[in-house]
Design a protein around this ligand. Structure first.
Ligand SMILES: Cc1ncc(COP(=O)(O)O)c(C=O)c1O
Length: 445
């Protein structure tokens, strides 16, 4: 009261008599008119207003199918979810409390667009341990790798630009590119990843047509959806083609660290000598996705441009989770966490492969990939089976998958499906594959 000037004190009686008690926000908000939003419908022509990019962003038919899977007792191989049993909840709870106590003011504040510099340095160090030498300036923190894909699209795609993708490829990548109106050209893959000989032919053809792509998009390690890994020889060939035709190469590698066996071929960024590669990474699968944190690596010029593109997207990735993951890394907890995940997912992968072998009918045309890591495998069925048509029958038998067509930019893939093995338990995997095999047998008649 003493702080108020006399003229203000004079006004005091004009305040409501209950001035001393705490007010709720709503007391200061004038009453709104009109029906509640839940009962209001848009009376203007929105189609006229939506941008062409938005119109080009399609709701996936697969999402509609997956709605059917919200059913009691259903075993889903559909999502790409990590096993929540591996989330290090206690360690994160402790570190979160420490972050709040020690650096709460900055951790809860806006941060730099490029990310927490200490985290960028920690990631550069982490990459150095994997054999890749780079500095903080080659790293930008992203709001997980899906934002990396959005940034790449925003930076490089003009309507009608050609982008080369794998067949099949990651749906979230395809959606990001087409929402910027890219023209997608698919190159099939086999057990060694993208067929670079076919790519070479296609590039020659596109070159002759004057439709050179802006970039090539690959998921080189334990690919989503196929589970296959691009061989070292093909990686080298891919880079050569990029140099020959002056194309950027976008490597999206969320699963690279989750290798169950064998030796990892060098990543494309490490093999590149001429600054042609952007590499997208994420904490989603090696820690947990709820943090929404990832990082992109590349030549400084590109990282600087990414920072600019990111500014108008979200200003910065969450400072709070960056502080948490930084402490987690500094404490040396990430490596053992990855080892824990690997040992659990390896067993699940083995269980799925064993169940497929045991239950699936042995008919021509039926085969599946044998991933050496990651979260998925890809099943190809005889051509007579359309997995979209079979979907409701599978759901009736209480099992679900993602139809292969969803991942095929050329509209094919009818007789294929993606199966996830990280989320279901081992018991669910065995039982789910048994049910799936029953659905396949019923289709085969
Ligand atoms: C190949 C690939 N890229 C990107 C993502 C996006 O992941 P996030 O945004 O959680 O990092 C995923 C998710 O499954 C993926 O499989």
């Amino acid at each position: 009261m003493t702080l108020l000037g006399p003229e203000i004190q004079d006004l005091e009686p004009q305040f409501p008599s209950h001035r001393k008690r705490n007010h709720t926000i709503s007391e200061f908000i004038p009453k709104r008119h009109g029906p509640p939003l839940t009962r209001r419908s848009v009376t203007m022509d929105l189609e006229r207003l939506y941008s062409t990019n938005m119109k080009n962003t399609k709701r996936s038919a697969i999402r509609e199918l997956l709605k059917l899977t919200e059913k009691e007792g259903l075993i889903s191989f559909g999502g790409g979810f990590p096993d929540p049993g591996v989330f290090p909840k206690e360690e994160i709870a402790q570190i979160t409390a420490e972050v709040l106590a020690a650096e709460g003011n900055s951790a809860l504040q806006y941060g730099l667009t490029a990310g927490n510099p200490r985290l960028r340095r920690a990631l550069a160090k982490w990459e150095a341990a994997q054999g890749l030498h780079l500095g903080e300036e080659n790293v930008i923190i992203t709001t997980a790798s899906q934002q990396g894909l959005e940034l790449v699209s925003k930076m490089f795609i003009d309507p009608g630009d050609t982008v080369i993708v794998e067949l099949p490829s990651y749906l979230g990548g395809l959606n990001a590119f087409t929402s910027y109106r890219a023209n997608l050209v698919s190159i099939p893959l086999d057990d060694e990843g993208m067929k670079v000989d076919l790519l070479s032919d296609k590039l020659k053809e596109l070159h002759d047509l004057g439709k050179m792509p802006k970039f090539i998009y690959v998921v080189p390690d334990f690919q989503n959806p196929a589970g296959v890994t691009l061989s070292l020889e093909r990686r080298r060939k891919l880079l050569e083609l990029c140099y020959q035709y002056d194309l950027l190469l976008v490597e999206d590698t969320p699963y690279r660290e989750l290798r169950f066996e064998g030796t990892a071929p060098l990543d494309l960024l490490a093999l590149d000598e001429r600054g042609y590669v952007i590499s997208l990474h994420t904490f989603s699968k090696i820690l947990f996705p709820g943090m929404r944190l990832g990082w992109a690596l590349g030549p400084r010029e590109i990282i600087d441009k990414m920072e600019l593109a990111k500014q108008s997207m979200d200003l910065c990735s969450p400072s709070f989770t960056q502080s948490i993951v930084l402490r987690y890394m500094e404490r040396g907890l990430l490596e053992p966490q990855i080892q824990r995940i690997i040992s659990i997912y390896r067993k699940k992968r083995d269980t799925m492969l064993k169940a497929l072998e045991a239950y699936m009918p042995k008919v021509p045309g039926m085969h599946w990939t044998h991933p050496e890591g990651g979260l998925f495998l890809w099943v190809t069925l005889p051509e007579s089976i359309d997995t979209e048509e079979m979907f409701t029958e599978a759901v009736e038998r209480n099992v679900a998958y993602v139809v292969g067509k969803a991942f095929c930019a050329d509209g094919g893939g009818e007789n294929s499906m993606r199966l996830n093995f990280s989320f279901p338990t081992e018991e669910e995997i065995s039982e789910g594959i048994r049910r799936l095999a029953e659905a396949v047998k019923a289709r085969l008649g």
